[in-house]
Design a protein around this ligand. Structure first.
Ligand code: NAD
Length: 267
């Protein structure tokens, strides 16, 4: 159902890999709500070909860009502004990848070159994105920039490995850049801390199934599905949330404020 919450707005959505991706659902909901968007992902992700299906369905241009490359970031933003016909109103950063998780390295045996690569892809790319938008003056006044994060930035989840520090850095960038972008032209910057969700990135974490079920039982509302995260993003991109900035917003069915759940004990 559309309420035209994003009518006339322009945006970029990073990170739609396949139908399970959170960004995929966000892209669909943004267009349903009247926005015009461009889609982007790393050139290597283009090989799967799925993002082009989404682009076709949503009448959205797909622009390959490695989020760690300044050249790619410059060109993505320039092309998006040109194709969409003006400055941007919203951007979603939905990127996460851990080299050490992918290679099965334990937290007590990390490869530091890979760790830096992980930080570059999963967190520094968010700063790079905002700095590029800022320098190019590519955001409209009262625009909204969001990134997706996880509660492992605040609490310890051993299997999340170095992604915990990536998310802590990402959330800190949202607060720090939120100040500068707010002063410049009232642009708000926030992170959404999402429940465990069945996606390529999510299911790459070891023991994900058990952990997903645990979080589901701990949360009085159950885990928040990707579709509901998309609804939340639409709200955050709309004019209904203009003064929310520099926040880490939990979208987790109540998990973050739970101490003990009888459902988990019974299990
Ligand atoms: N799935 C979960 O349980 C969960 C929970 C909380 C937060 N998140 C976060 O949500 C976001 C989206 O992840 P998802 O779960 O939808 O999984 P996903 O695997 O569908 O999305 C991750 C995306 O990052 C992209 N990416 C990786 N390296 C890149 C690079 N160098 N340049 C550009 N893009 C690159 C991938 O191609 C992919 O599209 C991530 O930030 C993730 O950490 C996920």
């Amino acid at each position: 159902m559309s309420n035209n919450l994003l009518a006339g707005k322009r945006g970029i959505i990073f990170g739609a890999l396949d139908e399970q991706s959170i960004a995929w659902k966000v892209a669909e909901r943004c267009v349903e709500e009247g926005a015009k968007i461009t889609l982007t992902n790393a050139p290597v992700a283009m090989r799967f070909g799925k993002i082009f299906e989404l682009g076709k369905a949503l009448d959205a241009e797909v622009i390959p860009a490695d989020a760690t490359s300044q050249e790619d970031m410059d060109s993505l933003i320039d092309k998006s502004v040109e194709l969409l016909g003006g400055k941007l109103d919203f951007v979603l950063h939905s990127i996460g990848m851990s080299m050490n998780v992918r290679k099965g390295r334990a937290y007590t045996d990390l490869n530091y070159d890979w760790m830096l690569k992980t930080f570059d892809i999963s967190a520094v790319s968010f700063h790079r994105l905002m700095q590029t938008l800022y320098k190019k003056d590519a955001m409209n006044d009262w625009g909204s920039i969001m990134a997706l994060t996880y509660i492992a930035a605040q609490r310890t989840f051993p299997d999340y490995n170095e992604m915990a520090e990536s998310k802590a850095l990402l959330e800190s960038f949202a607060r720090s850049f939120g100040y500068h972008f707010g002063k410049k032209n009232k642009v708000r910057v926030n992170t959404i801390s999402q429940s465990p969700t069945w996606t390529t990135a999510g299911s790459g974490i070891s023991g994900f199934k058990e952990f997903f079920d645990y979080a589901d039982k701990m949360s009085p509302l159950g885990n928040a599905p990707a579709e509901n995260c998309a609804d939340f993003c639409v709200t955050m991109f709309s004019d209904l949330t203009k003064h929310i900035t520099m926040q880490n917003l939990y979208h987790d069915g109540g998990f973050s404020n739970m101490g003990m759940s009888p459902d988990v004990l019974e299990g």
